[in-house]
Ligand binder design. Structure first.
Ligand code: BTN
Length: 326
């Protein structure tokens, strides 16, 4: 962890809310003057840190900005995901940034956040609206030891982990629409875009791109989207702490990634099935020019959807656009 992340962690975890300069200096192995200069730097970013000669430093308020050190300090220790966090004010798409890092050989687990994206993209070539500081727009680099056909497991894990984080942070009840849309009260609040580089028999790397509409207002959506999309703020009636949700999402992703890489996908898919509003429903699914109709029965062991068609055949589906029938 960086010095700033360690200072923030110490302030957050302080028993009576404050820590003296002397204690910080001893714990971090740097001078009191160096601590002071880091505190000043954080104040300039909007962190309200009180200093008193008797009590030491106290964290009063944090700004609504994503800051890598703050995210690291909230996240604490993880196995893989979030060991390295980078925040950009603007990018084309965080998936593009991760792709470049992947090609440069950066280790798995790196996470890139952007406060806004100029070319955010969704599944099936759709545009993903990503306004400044209103959501969580981030991507994670993974290098799992999986066959390409097993890569869908990561989408399933990503959606499950994200739904759990949203539920725990907001008290709302998210549902998953296959494969990885997160809905609240029937409207989409988050989505995942998985991009893959693979050989025939193994995955080189996977980019898990996640978009969460956190603090968007109805006016931030176009009139067509307004019928289909929502935000956590709209559903809760107040703003949500983005940094806290981001840390929760990374923690849950790390836990589910560990389940997958240790051969426990079944535990993840059982949880996914409980959260999923598509299973057991009659659906239409568009795959390119084809539209299949049938009943969504279950997931198979790789995470593909098993669809019982009108003609009684069982089709294995790995991608497409689902419409749930009333
Ligand atoms: C979907 O539901 O269609 C997937 C949306 C994925 C959006 C996220 S935002 C961060 C990352 N960067 C992108 O350009 N897309 C994903």
């Amino acid at each position: 962890m960086t010095i700033d992340a360690q200072i923030l962690s110490a302030l957050r975890n302080a028993e009576d809310g404050s820590v003296s300069g002397g204690e910080l200096s001893q714990r971090l192995g740097i001078s009191r003057a160096a601590i002071w200069s880091r505190i000043e730097e954080m104040r300039s970013l909007g962190y309200e840190i009180e200093a008193s000669p008797h009590e030491g430093y106290r964290l009063r308020n944090v700004p609504d900005v994503l800051h890598a050190d703050d995210l690291l300090s909230r996240l604490g220790k993880t196995k893989v995901i979030g060991r390295d966090i980078r925040v950009f004010q603007e990018t084309t798409s965080t998936n593009d940034v991760i792709e470049k890092l992947a090609r440069d050989g950066v280790k798995e687990g790196v996470v890139v956040f952007a406060e806004s994206q100029s070319k955010g993209r969704g599944r099936l070539g759709r545009k993903w609206v990503s306004p400044l500081r209103k959501g969580l727009w981030f991507s994670v680099l993974l290098r799992p030891d999986l066959r390409p056909q097993e890569a869908i497991q990561l989408m399933i894990a990503g959606a499950t982990a994200l739904a759990r984080a949203i539920r725990d942070e907001t008290g709302l009840s998210p549902e998953i629409k296959w494969p990885n849309d997160i809905l609240i009260n029937g409207r989409k609040v988050a989505g995942l875009l998985t991009e893959l580089s693979a050989e025939l028999d193994h995955v080189n790397y996977i980019i898990l791109g996640i978009g969460v509409d956190v603090n968007l207002n109805a006016s931030d959506f176009s009139s067509e989207l307004r019928k289909l999309a929502t935000s956590l703020k709209i559903e809760k009636g107040h703003s949500i702490d983005r940094a806290s949700l981001a840390a929760a999402a990374l923690r849950e992703l790390d836990a589910d990634y560990a389940r997958i890489t240790t051969g426990h996908f079944e535990a993840v898919s059982d949880e996914w099935e409980e959260l999923c509003s598509t299973l057991g429903r009659n659906i239409g699914i568009r795959i390119g020019d084809r539209v299949l109709q049938g009943r969504a029965e279950s997931l198979d062991s790789d995470g593909a959807l098993l669809l019982r068609t009108q003609h009684g055949r069982l089709e294995r589906i790995i991608g497409g656009d689902v419409t749930v029938k009333k």
